[in-house]
Design a protein around this ligand. Structure first.
Ligand code: NAD
Length: 275
Protein backbone atom coordinates (compact mmCIF):
# COMPACT_ATOMS: atom_id res chain seq x y z
CA UNK A 1 0.00 0.00 0.00
CA UNK A 2 1.30 3.47 -0.83
CA UNK A 3 2.12 5.84 2.01
CA UNK A 4 -0.72 8.20 3.00
CA UNK A 5 0.48 11.79 2.98
CA UNK A 6 -0.79 15.15 4.16
CA UNK A 7 -0.80 17.84 1.46
CA UNK A 8 -0.94 21.61 1.25
CA UNK A 9 -2.12 22.59 -2.21
CA UNK A 10 -1.67 25.98 -3.87
CA UNK A 11 -4.30 27.58 -6.10
CA UNK A 12 -7.09 25.16 -5.15
CA UNK A 13 -9.69 26.90 -7.35
CA UNK A 14 -7.52 26.60 -10.48
CA UNK A 15 -7.83 23.90 -13.16
CA UNK A 16 -4.90 21.93 -11.76
CA UNK A 17 -5.57 22.88 -8.13
CA UNK A 18 -9.05 21.31 -8.27
CA UNK A 19 -7.66 18.25 -10.04
CA UNK A 20 -4.90 17.83 -7.42
CA UNK A 21 -7.39 18.04 -4.53
CA UNK A 22 -9.69 15.54 -6.21
CA UNK A 23 -6.91 13.07 -7.10
CA UNK A 24 -5.27 13.30 -3.65
CA UNK A 25 -8.56 12.67 -1.80
CA UNK A 26 -9.48 9.89 -4.24
CA UNK A 27 -6.17 8.18 -3.41
CA UNK A 28 -6.90 8.37 0.33
CA UNK A 29 -4.42 11.14 1.14
CA UNK A 30 -5.24 14.04 3.45
CA UNK A 31 -5.54 17.60 2.14
CA UNK A 32 -4.69 19.72 5.17
CA UNK A 33 -5.00 23.11 3.50
CA UNK A 34 -5.05 25.09 0.29
CA UNK A 35 -4.48 28.63 -0.93
CA UNK A 36 -6.24 31.00 -3.28
CA UNK A 37 -5.90 34.68 -4.13
CA UNK A 38 -7.55 37.11 -1.64
CA UNK A 39 -10.10 38.25 -4.25
CA UNK A 40 -11.00 34.74 -5.43
CA UNK A 41 -14.79 34.21 -5.58
CA UNK A 42 -14.16 30.69 -4.25
CA UNK A 43 -12.68 31.68 -0.87
CA UNK A 44 -15.86 30.67 1.00
CA UNK A 45 -16.21 27.23 -0.60
CA UNK A 46 -14.83 24.01 0.90
CA UNK A 47 -11.89 22.84 -1.21
CA UNK A 48 -13.31 19.32 -1.69
CA UNK A 49 -16.55 20.83 -3.02
CA UNK A 50 -14.50 23.08 -5.33
CA UNK A 51 -12.86 19.89 -6.58
CA UNK A 52 -16.28 18.48 -7.50
CA UNK A 53 -16.67 16.07 -4.57
CA UNK A 54 -20.01 15.63 -2.86
CA UNK A 55 -18.71 15.73 0.73
CA UNK A 56 -16.95 18.77 2.22
CA UNK A 57 -13.78 18.14 4.29
CA UNK A 58 -14.01 21.28 6.43
CA UNK A 59 -11.09 23.07 4.73
CA UNK A 60 -11.59 26.50 3.12
CA UNK A 61 -9.02 28.14 0.85
CA UNK A 62 -6.78 30.58 2.75
CA UNK A 63 -4.34 33.17 1.42
CA UNK A 64 -1.20 32.34 3.40
CA UNK A 65 0.86 29.24 2.50
CA UNK A 66 2.07 29.11 6.14
CA UNK A 67 -1.52 28.52 7.31
CA UNK A 68 -2.33 26.14 4.45
CA UNK A 69 0.77 24.02 5.16
CA UNK A 70 0.68 24.13 8.98
CA UNK A 71 -0.18 20.39 9.07
CA UNK A 72 1.26 19.34 5.71
CA UNK A 73 4.22 17.16 4.75
CA UNK A 74 4.17 18.02 1.04
CA UNK A 75 3.34 21.19 -0.89
CA UNK A 76 1.85 20.87 -4.39
CA UNK A 77 2.12 24.04 -6.47
CA UNK A 78 0.61 24.50 -9.95
CA UNK A 79 -0.09 28.24 -9.96
CA UNK A 80 2.02 31.10 -11.35
CA UNK A 81 5.78 31.84 -11.00
CA UNK A 82 5.50 34.66 -8.40
CA UNK A 83 3.03 32.65 -6.31
CA UNK A 84 5.24 29.55 -6.32
CA UNK A 85 8.33 31.52 -5.27
CA UNK A 86 6.47 33.31 -2.49
CA UNK A 87 5.20 29.95 -1.22
CA UNK A 88 8.69 28.41 -1.30
CA UNK A 89 9.88 31.24 0.91
CA UNK A 90 6.95 30.88 3.33
CA UNK A 91 7.22 27.08 3.58
CA UNK A 92 10.39 27.43 5.66
CA UNK A 93 8.03 28.17 8.53
CA UNK A 94 6.06 24.94 8.13
CA UNK A 95 6.67 21.18 8.60
CA UNK A 96 6.79 20.70 4.80
CA UNK A 97 9.87 18.77 3.62
CA UNK A 98 8.91 17.96 0.02
CA UNK A 99 7.62 20.28 -2.71
CA UNK A 100 6.19 19.40 -6.12
CA UNK A 101 6.26 22.27 -8.62
CA UNK A 102 4.23 22.08 -11.83
CA UNK A 103 4.04 25.83 -12.46
CA UNK A 104 5.64 26.86 -15.76
CA UNK A 105 6.94 30.12 -17.21
CA UNK A 106 9.78 30.88 -14.77
CA UNK A 107 12.58 33.26 -15.81
CA UNK A 108 16.21 32.09 -15.56
CA UNK A 109 16.57 34.14 -12.37
CA UNK A 110 13.49 32.51 -10.84
CA UNK A 111 14.78 29.05 -11.85
CA UNK A 112 17.97 29.84 -9.91
CA UNK A 113 15.91 30.75 -6.82
CA UNK A 114 14.15 27.37 -7.02
CA UNK A 115 17.49 25.58 -7.38
CA UNK A 116 18.69 27.39 -4.23
CA UNK A 117 15.60 26.22 -2.31
CA UNK A 118 16.72 22.68 -3.16
CA UNK A 119 19.10 22.96 -0.21
CA UNK A 120 16.07 23.06 2.13
CA UNK A 121 13.42 20.86 0.49
CA UNK A 122 13.27 17.78 -1.73
CA UNK A 123 11.78 19.55 -4.75
CA UNK A 124 10.44 17.77 -7.83
CA UNK A 125 9.89 20.33 -10.59
CA UNK A 126 8.68 19.33 -14.03
CA UNK A 127 7.09 21.05 -17.02
CA UNK A 128 4.96 17.92 -17.30
CA UNK A 129 4.20 15.10 -14.84
CA UNK A 130 2.81 12.53 -17.26
CA UNK A 131 4.61 9.24 -17.85
CA UNK A 132 4.11 9.53 -21.62
CA UNK A 133 5.71 12.97 -21.87
CA UNK A 134 8.66 11.97 -19.71
CA UNK A 135 9.23 8.94 -21.94
CA UNK A 136 8.95 11.26 -24.94
CA UNK A 137 11.59 13.50 -23.33
CA UNK A 138 13.99 10.58 -22.89
CA UNK A 139 13.34 9.44 -26.48
CA UNK A 140 13.91 12.97 -27.79
CA UNK A 141 17.30 13.13 -26.07
CA UNK A 142 18.20 9.72 -27.47
CA UNK A 143 17.12 10.44 -31.06
CA UNK A 144 18.76 13.89 -31.06
CA UNK A 145 22.03 12.26 -29.98
CA UNK A 146 21.81 9.84 -32.92
CA UNK A 147 20.97 12.32 -35.68
CA UNK A 148 23.31 14.97 -37.05
CA UNK A 149 22.67 18.66 -37.66
CA UNK A 150 21.32 17.89 -41.14
CA UNK A 151 18.17 16.79 -39.28
CA UNK A 152 16.14 19.85 -38.28
CA UNK A 153 14.48 19.55 -34.88
CA UNK A 154 11.06 21.25 -34.59
CA UNK A 155 8.85 21.11 -31.50
CA UNK A 156 5.17 22.00 -31.78
CA UNK A 157 2.54 22.31 -29.08
CA UNK A 158 -1.17 23.08 -28.76
CA UNK A 159 -2.91 24.10 -25.53
CA UNK A 160 -6.25 25.51 -24.39
CA UNK A 161 -7.03 29.19 -24.95
CA UNK A 162 -6.45 30.15 -21.26
CA UNK A 163 -2.76 29.22 -21.14
CA UNK A 164 -0.57 32.26 -20.45
CA UNK A 165 3.04 31.18 -21.11
CA UNK A 166 4.45 30.12 -24.48
CA UNK A 167 6.05 27.89 -25.57
CA UNK A 168 4.69 25.52 -22.92
CA UNK A 169 6.93 24.28 -20.10
CA UNK A 170 6.67 20.85 -21.69
CA UNK A 171 7.84 22.11 -25.09
CA UNK A 172 10.82 23.74 -23.39
CA UNK A 173 11.51 20.51 -21.49
CA UNK A 174 11.55 18.66 -24.84
CA UNK A 175 13.79 21.39 -26.26
CA UNK A 176 16.22 20.99 -23.35
CA UNK A 177 16.34 17.23 -24.00
CA UNK A 178 16.94 17.73 -27.74
CA UNK A 179 19.72 20.25 -27.01
CA UNK A 180 21.26 17.90 -24.45
CA UNK A 181 21.20 15.07 -27.03
CA UNK A 182 23.11 17.38 -29.36
CA UNK A 183 25.62 18.15 -26.62
CA UNK A 184 24.52 21.77 -26.17
CA UNK A 185 22.19 24.07 -24.23
CA UNK A 186 18.76 25.20 -25.41
CA UNK A 187 19.66 28.86 -24.71
CA UNK A 188 22.24 28.62 -27.50
CA UNK A 189 20.33 26.30 -29.84
CA UNK A 190 16.82 27.80 -29.66
CA UNK A 191 15.67 29.28 -32.95
CA UNK A 192 14.05 32.71 -33.07
CA UNK A 193 10.36 32.46 -34.12
CA UNK A 194 9.93 32.26 -37.90
CA UNK A 195 8.10 35.49 -38.61
CA UNK A 196 8.62 38.21 -41.20
CA UNK A 197 10.52 38.67 -44.43
CA UNK A 198 13.89 37.25 -43.23
CA UNK A 199 12.75 34.27 -41.20
CA UNK A 200 15.07 31.63 -42.64
CA UNK A 201 15.89 28.57 -40.57
CA UNK A 202 19.45 28.45 -39.23
CA UNK A 203 21.13 25.02 -39.44
CA UNK A 204 21.40 23.13 -36.14
CA UNK A 205 18.79 25.24 -34.35
CA UNK A 206 15.75 23.90 -32.47
CA UNK A 207 12.49 25.52 -33.56
CA UNK A 208 9.19 25.95 -31.69
CA UNK A 209 5.64 26.35 -33.01
CA UNK A 210 2.76 27.26 -30.69
CA UNK A 211 -1.02 27.02 -31.09
CA UNK A 212 -3.71 28.11 -28.60
CA UNK A 213 -7.13 26.62 -29.26
CA UNK A 214 -10.33 25.82 -27.34
CA UNK A 215 -10.00 23.31 -24.52
CA UNK A 216 -6.98 21.27 -25.66
CA UNK A 217 -5.33 19.78 -22.53
CA UNK A 218 -1.88 19.51 -24.17
CA UNK A 219 -0.50 18.16 -27.48
CA UNK A 220 3.24 17.96 -28.19
CA UNK A 221 5.18 16.77 -31.25
CA UNK A 222 8.92 16.59 -31.85
CA UNK A 223 9.93 16.28 -35.52
CA UNK A 224 13.34 15.38 -36.84
CA UNK A 225 13.50 16.20 -40.55
CA UNK A 226 16.24 15.58 -43.11
CA UNK A 227 15.95 16.32 -46.84
CA UNK A 228 14.71 12.75 -47.37
CA UNK A 229 12.62 11.76 -44.33
CA UNK A 230 10.74 13.00 -41.27
CA UNK A 231 10.57 11.22 -37.92
CA UNK A 232 7.83 12.54 -35.60
CA UNK A 233 7.35 11.59 -31.95
CA UNK A 234 4.14 12.82 -30.40
CA UNK A 235 2.00 12.87 -27.26
CA UNK A 236 -1.55 13.91 -26.47
CA UNK A 237 -2.81 14.43 -22.92
CA UNK A 238 -6.48 13.44 -22.73
CA UNK A 239 -7.22 14.37 -19.12
CA UNK A 240 -5.60 16.68 -16.52
CA UNK A 241 -5.81 13.78 -14.06
CA UNK A 242 -2.63 12.40 -15.64
CA UNK A 243 -0.63 15.42 -14.35
CA UNK A 244 -2.15 15.14 -10.87
CA UNK A 245 -1.42 11.41 -10.66
CA UNK A 246 2.18 12.08 -11.72
CA UNK A 247 2.46 14.86 -9.13
CA UNK A 248 1.30 12.49 -6.36
CA UNK A 249 3.82 9.88 -7.49
CA UNK A 250 6.51 12.60 -7.39
CA UNK A 251 5.38 13.59 -3.87
CA UNK A 252 5.64 10.03 -2.56
CA UNK A 253 9.11 9.68 -4.13
CA UNK A 254 10.29 13.10 -2.83
CA UNK A 255 9.39 12.09 0.74
CA UNK A 256 12.11 9.40 0.50
CA UNK A 257 14.81 11.74 -0.86
CA UNK A 258 17.30 14.14 0.74
CA UNK A 259 16.91 17.87 -0.05
CA UNK A 260 17.70 18.66 -3.68
CA UNK A 261 16.15 19.71 -6.98
CA UNK A 262 14.85 16.76 -8.98
CA UNK A 263 12.67 16.25 -12.04
CA UNK A 264 10.16 13.65 -13.17
CA UNK A 265 12.81 11.70 -15.07
CA UNK A 266 14.53 11.16 -11.69
CA UNK A 267 11.23 9.94 -10.21
CA UNK A 268 10.65 7.53 -13.10
CA UNK A 269 14.33 6.44 -13.39
CA UNK A 270 14.45 7.52 -17.03
CA UNK A 271 17.83 9.28 -16.85
CA UNK A 272 19.61 5.98 -17.52
CA UNK A 273 18.06 5.60 -20.96
CA UNK A 274 20.93 6.27 -23.33
CA UNK A 275 21.94 5.59 -26.91
P1 NAD B 1 -5.31 28.23 -13.50
O1 NAD B 1 -5.21 29.66 -13.86
O2 NAD B 1 -6.56 27.48 -13.80
O3 NAD B 1 -5.00 28.02 -11.93
C1 NAD B 1 -4.06 28.75 -11.21
C2 NAD B 1 -4.70 29.08 -9.86
O4 NAD B 1 -3.69 29.62 -9.01
C3 NAD B 1 -5.82 30.10 -9.98
O5 NAD B 1 -6.98 29.63 -9.30
C4 NAD B 1 -5.24 31.33 -9.28
O6 NAD B 1 -6.22 32.12 -8.63
C5 NAD B 1 -4.29 30.67 -8.28
N1 NAD B 1 -3.24 31.58 -7.80
C6 NAD B 1 -2.50 32.47 -8.50
N2 NAD B 1 -1.68 33.14 -7.68
C7 NAD B 1 -1.92 32.68 -6.43
C8 NAD B 1 -1.39 32.99 -5.14
N3 NAD B 1 -0.46 33.95 -4.99
N4 NAD B 1 -1.86 32.31 -4.08
C9 NAD B 1 -2.82 31.35 -4.22
N5 NAD B 1 -3.37 31.03 -5.41
C10 NAD B 1 -2.91 31.68 -6.50
O7 NAD B 1 -4.06 27.53 -14.22
P2 NAD B 1 -3.82 25.94 -14.45
O8 NAD B 1 -4.28 25.58 -15.83
O9 NAD B 1 -4.29 25.18 -13.28
O10 NAD B 1 -2.22 25.92 -14.53
C11 NAD B 1 -1.45 26.39 -13.43
C12 NAD B 1 0.04 26.23 -13.76
O11 NAD B 1 0.35 24.82 -13.89
C13 NAD B 1 0.47 26.86 -15.09
O12 NAD B 1 1.78 27.38 -14.93
C14 NAD B 1 0.48 25.69 -16.06
O13 NAD B 1 1.35 25.88 -17.15
C15 NAD B 1 0.98 24.59 -15.13
N6 NAD B 1 0.65 23.21 -15.55
C16 NAD B 1 1.65 22.30 -15.39
C17 NAD B 1 1.43 20.97 -15.67
C18 NAD B 1 2.54 19.99 -15.44
O14 NAD B 1 2.34 18.76 -15.63
N7 NAD B 1 3.72 20.48 -15.00
C19 NAD B 1 0.16 20.56 -16.13
C20 NAD B 1 -0.86 21.51 -16.27
C21 NAD B 1 -0.59 22.85 -15.96
Amino acid sequence: MTQKLSFGIAGVAGRMGRQLVSTALEAGHQVAGGTELPDSPDRETDIAVLAGRADPIGVMPCTDPVDAAADAQVWLDFTAPQATLAALHALRHTPVSAVVIGTTGFTAHQEAQIAAAGSEFAIVKAGNFSLGINLLTAMTRLVAARLGEDWDIEISETHHRHKVDAPSGTALMLGDAAAEGRGGKLEQLRSAPYDGASAEREPGKIGFAVRRAGGVVGDHDVSFASEQEVLTLGHRALDRAVFAQGALKAAEWAMTQPPGLYDMEDVLSLKDISV
